[in-house]
Design a protein around this ligand. Structure first.
Ligand SMILES: *Cc1c(COP(=O)(O)O)cnc(C)c1O
Length: 460
């Protein structure tokens, strides 16, 4: 399996190389050259398998010969052994045709553990084989950072630097990033918003000398291996509701478009998905794009679902690449226009996007009302991100079962949840002492050169 960049100018890589570099050197994102498909019989045969077994079957064609079957099985087993639910990603039912896919049973209580725990094991296996060291730099709106730190802390061949927007992540999110004592963990609070953090990260990758000097690796949702890990639970959940014999739809609370893009890959692989519904909060660039056909940046307004507070949705580039018939130069041109704030998507490309994706948004009031209403109707306590999905999912119900993704445990966002439904969500036992642990982080100005020197100093 070979990986190509969405902008057509970066070297073609194998799985291991694409995973270790993350972002392509031309500023694009790596995607598989072809998408392997599964037949109806092969999908039907997933019924009754464990999460780990489905993960192996679904992901194996994408990794080529990077690992032997036995190695890959062990990597998957280690990645998910820390999850607190045997099903890993259990479904619960909200209404006659509406289901919730609980993706928060991993070590940091958000769906990002699915990808990050796997990537940690993949890196460990690849780097211990080659003896190389890499520097992971990640930008986070909250959940990616803690998931990355949890996955990489203490690994011998990796240093992990996480940039998060100072004062704009929840206390639980910050503490998950700042309390691990391992010396290879570096939490950096940037005086800016998430887009500033993400922009700094992209600039570091664009700086060839810096990138090579510190052996940069990205584990943000732009890393293909993360998208791949997330494809798996689309299969497990759809199959448990009757796929391939019955179609399903998904509603995904969306920020950087990584999670929903994994659903798109599942669909391209042959999983019978009727609709993939993009659910945004008030930072609704993707919903506006689906409505208007113009992708236009606006400022970020902080919300009670902070992990979706973005104005540029990186992984959307992967979807654009497909609907522009995989023409790298066309994508490079759009991304160039975006520097000035906006680009228009061609009618043909928009038609194709709308064939697959529906969209909706939830305001702050609607998000709060959904938490309150769902608690009253079902006794389920939703995190605010999940509530955004549930609200938009309800609006998009058809005769096909709807699976809304529950992307975080409500205890990660206790203030918003309690204000909405009056219940104070408790942290699970393994995290109960989070607020007693010592914090360790560095506040840094939103300044690229300063950030780069700090990273070099810490590595020296
Ligand atoms: C990251 C995150 C999202 C958004 O996922 P994307 O892959 O960026 O679209 C939604 N909910 C929670 C809780 C998250 O942490």
């Amino acid at each position: 399996m070979r990986y190509i960049s969405t902008r057509g100018q970066a070297p073609v890589l194998n799985f291991e190389e694409a995973m270790l570099t993350g972002l392509a050197s031309d500023g694009g994102l790596y995607v598989p050259e072809t998408i392997p498909t599964m037949s109806e019989e092969e999908i039907a045969a997933l019924a009754g398998l464990s999460y780990e077994e489905v993960a192996f079957t679904v992901m194996k064609p994408f990794i080529g010969d990077t690992f032997t079957d036995a190695e890959f099985e062990e990597i998957i087993a280690k990645a998910y052994q820390g999850f607190k639910h045997d099903a890993r990603a259990p479904l619960v039912q909200l209404g006659p045709n509406h289901f919730l896919l609980e993706l928060f049973h991993g070590p940091t209580l958000a769906f990002k553990d699915f990808a990050m725990q796997l990537i940690g094991q993949l890196f460990q296996a690849a780097l211990s084989r080659s003896g190389k060291h890499v520097t992971i730099v990640g930008a986070t709106s909250g959940d990616t950072g803690s998931a990355a730190i949890e996955a990489f802390k203490g690994l011998s061949n990796v240093d992990v630097f996480i940039l998060f927007p100072h004062g704009r992540v929840s206390d639980v999110q910050r503490r998950q990033m700042t309390t691990p004592p391992e010396s290879n963990v570096h939490a950096l609070a940037v005086e800016g918003d998430f887009d500033d953090c993400q922009a700094a990260l992209k600039e570091m990758f664009a700086d060839h000398d810096f990138r090579e000097g510190v052996k940069l690796a990205a584990v943000n949702s732009i890393n293909w291996a993360r998208v791949l890990a997330q494809v798996v639970y689309y299969f497990t959940s759809a199959v448990s509701l009757g796929a391939p014999h019955r179609k399903v739809s998904f509603t995904v609370p969306t920020g950087n478009f990584g999670d929903i893009f994994a659903g798109y890959i599942a669909k391209r692989m042959g999983l019978p998905i009727e609709n993939l519904v993009i659910a945004t909060n008030q930072n609704d660039i993707l919903h506006r794009t689906m409505v208007t056909g113009a992708y236009t940046k606006e400022g970020v307004t902080p919300s009670i679902s902070p992990s979706m507070d973005i104005q540029v949705s990186s992984n959307f580039e992967r979807a654009l690449f497909d609907v522009y018939d995989r023409e790298g130069p066309a994508i490079a041109q759009l991304m160039d226009e975006l520097k000035a704030g906006s680009f228009a998507i061609s009618q043909g490309a928009m038609d194709r996007l709308r064939d697959t994706f529906k969209s909706g948004r939830a305001s702050e009031e609607e998000t709060t009302a959904t938490i309150k209403d769902m608690f009253a109707r079902t006794n389920e306590v939703l995190c605010p991100h999940t509530a955004v999905a549930v609200k938009v999912g309800e609006e998009n119900l058809t005769e096909v079962p709807m699976i809304s993704l529950s992307t975080a445990h409500p205890a990660k966002f206790p203030a918003a949840v309690e204000a909405a439904c009056g219940v104070h969500p408790e942290l699970p036992p393994h995290m109960a002492d989070l607020f007693e642990r010592d914090e360790r982080f560095t506040v840094v100005p939103n300044d690229l050169e300063g950030l780069k020197s700090l990273i070099k100093e810490r590595l020296a």
